[in-house]
Design a protein around this ligand. Structure first.
Ligand code: NAD
Length: 250
């Protein structure tokens, strides 16, 4: 099935081999999209793009750097003529308690998750507006909805809740130009974002709170991103879609 046949998609933070961005890039490519993987390290981004098959692109781009976001999108628009889909996936987390959050922790977590989502969106919006078409998918988290309680600290919950507000406000402002903006709220997904800091005890406790009784997989989230990016979701904008095995039934 080619749900994204002929589409050009940019996915940030997609070089992480077991990450949600890479799985999303793989599924988009399988559905006919040409994909650009943006990440901090050029070689890692290029290697991840090569894994998808021929014709895909890997670029270095730190999403906290506005000029770098604009340069990456300029390069892609000159190669492709347009960007149809943006997945704002780059993110970091830290397992800190409220009184442990220092200024540098706040800056790092808010900047990558929230500022990066704003800057990358600002880079693609002019082109999408000119063509009156586009889909932006933002990675929030169940942590935004339930106040953490999984791995990330309060600053991560705040950044991901900020992404929900940004998503809805962008969706409202951009809807007249047929640019859809939606958020995914993954629950506990087995990736490397926990950077070895997730103990077996923590994992057992988290899984015990998941009605489906298992951690999510990166492909569980990629499937939702595909739906939101594609024309199947043509009338969906400003939504937050839960991909959490029932962790937050409300
Ligand atoms: P991951 O750590 O596997 O991948 C994140 C990627 O982002 C890495 O490749 C990293 O190099 C890149 N990155 C970090 N800072 C960047 C920057 N400044 N510019 C560009 N790239 C940068 O993480 P993941 O688990 O795949 O998470 C992907 C997204 O999903 C994140 O936004 C995360 O907060 C969100 N999320 C993950 C989970 C989970 O359980 N894994 C749950 C909810 C939400």
């Amino acid at each position: 099935m080619g749900l994204l046949k002929g589409r050009f998609a940019v996915i940030t933070g997609a070089a992480s081999p077991r990450g949600l961005g890479k799985a999303t890039a793989q599924l988009f490519a399988e559905h006919g999209a040409t994909v650009a993987i943006l990440d901090l390290d050029a070689a890692a981004a290029e290697a991840a793009a090569a894994d998808l098959g021929g014709g895909h692109v890997g670029l270095a781009c730190n999403v906290t750097d506005k000029a770098a976001c604009e340069a990456a999108v300029r390069e892609l628009e000159s190669r492709w003529g347009r960007v149809d889909i943006l997945v704002n996936n780059a993110g970091i987390t830290q397992p800190l308690k409220i009184m442990e959050i220092g200024p540098e922790n706040y800056d790092a977590v808010l900047d990558v998750n929230l500022r990066g989502t704003l800057y990358m969106s600002q880079a693609v919006i002019p082109g999408m507006r000119a063509r009156k078409s586009g889909s932006i998918v933002n990675l929030s988290s169940v942590s935004a909805q339930r106040g953490g309680g999984i791995f990330g600290g309060p600053h991560y919950s705040a950044a991901k809740a900020g992404i929900l507000g940004l998503t809805k406000a962008m969706a409202r402002e951009l809807a007249p130009d047929t640019i859809r903006v939606n958020a995914i709220c993954p629950g506990f997904i087995a990736t490397d974002i926990t950077a070895g800091k997730l103990t077996p005890d923590m994992k057992e406790m988290i899984v015990a709170g998941i009605p489906m009784g298992r951690a999510g997989t990166a492909s569980d989230v990629a499937g939702c991103a595909l739906f939101l990016a594609s024309d199947l979701a043509a009338y969906c904008t400003g939504t937050e879609v839960d991909v959490n095995g029932g962790s937050l039934i409300h």
